[in-house]
Design a binder for this molecule. Structure first.
Ligand code: NAP
Length: 298
């Protein structure tokens, strides 16, 4: 490098399986432009057996940080040399910082989710009866922050009931209930329903009973996409007052990751404003970005 040449950009990325349709590169590129940070953001598709090699290889090649998505968040927690309090509570990591070959794990899913629901969507969680459908890494990330909002009740339901029981055991408290999907029909409607399953990535909604929803229910899908996700379509068909997909959470958790890596928190408002257009039914191009938003993505 000569004195006049620009330093090489710092490398960041997302590791998951699949990752091809992720909008994280778009979000971090917009943040980098806004905050004048010299960085790149790439996608690493790694099946579970190749996850550790992918992370260590990225670090050895000079990579500074990785976001982690389906299905690696719990494996990332196990891999990191040190972890934040939020990651420890969740038992899951979605943000890895790499320094001198050491991996530090954080979890920004919870704070991103709470910010989108309470600040962007103006939905009250305190005193509400809430159900989380799903018990994977994302559900683990949001349970602690949800409890901190002091709901009246928080139930975790999962196809594999044992995974929901593990989360409840970890957060032991009288507010928490647990059930399998086959027990949902016996429950009264909830004020807030959160879909934390990855079924929407395949264009599916698990067969949730419509009795979970009352006319005033607020439904939130962690999956995001262009237009309504399968869960949002289902919730609206059941008569939910409001049903929202997870684009705002993606933007907010990304802003938290960016702040951890770069020491500066980007303003999410411009991206959230754009999202109304980007997530409309008609596929569109984001300004200055060569990517089309289509379908449901995690
Ligand atoms: P994960 O750890 O792989 O967990 C997947 C969860 O989905 C498990 O509870 C699993 O149940 C359930 N599931 C998968 N397919 C199902 C089906 N066909 N029917 C019923 N349940 C099914 O994934 P994750 O990291 O928790 O992510 C979950 C979703 O949230 C993904 O779509 C991800 O993209 C999304 N997400 C979005 C954001 C955002 O910022 N918007 C952030 C984080 C995650 P079993 O335990 O029975 O297998």
């Amino acid at each position: 490098m000569t004195n006049n040449s620009k330093p090489a950009p710092d490398r960041y990325g997302l590791v998951g399986h699949p990752v091809a349709h992720s909008r994280s590169p778009l979000i971090h590129t917009v943040f980098a432009r806004q905050t004048r940070q010299n960085l790149t953001y790439e996608l690493l598709d790694a099946a579970p057996h190749a996850f550790e090699t992918a992370v260590r290889g990225f670090g050895a090649a000079g990579g500074k940080g990785l976001n982690v998505t389906v299905p690696h968040k719990e494996a990332a927690f196990a891999l990191c040399d040190e972890t934040s309090a939020a990651a420890q509570k969740a038992g899951a990591v979605n943000t890895i910082s790499i320094k001198g070959g050491r991996l530090r794990g954080d979890n920004t899913d919870g704070v991103g989710f709470i910010r989108d629901v309470t600040v962007n969507q103006h939905q009250r969680l305190g005193g509400a009866r809430i159900i989380v459908l799903g018990a994977g890494g994302a559900a683990r990330g949001i349970v602690g922050p949800l409890l901190a909002e002091q709901p009246a009740e928080l139930t975790i339901a999962n196809r594999t009931k044992e995974r929901a029981e593990e989360i409840v055991a970890q957060f032991a408290g009288s507010l928490l209930g647990v059930c399998g999907f086959d027990e949902l029909a016996a429950l009264p409607p909830f004020d807030v329903l959160i879909n934390a399953t990855s079924a929407g990535l395949k264009g599916e909604t698990p067969p949730f009973p419509g009795t979970l929803i009352a006319p005033e229910s607020f439904c939130y899908d962690l999956v995001y996409g262009s237009g309504d996700t399968p869960f949002v379509t289902w919730a609206k068909a059941q008569g939910a007052a409001r049903a929202v997909q997870g684009w705002g959470m993606l933007v907010e958790q990304a802003a938290e990751s960016f702040a951890i890596w770069r020491g500066i928190r980007p303003d999410t408002k411009p991206l959230l404003k754009q999202s109304a257009r980007w997530t409309s039914h008609r596929p569109q191009r984001a300004p200055g970005m060569m990517c089309e938003i289509r379908g449901a993505f995690g």
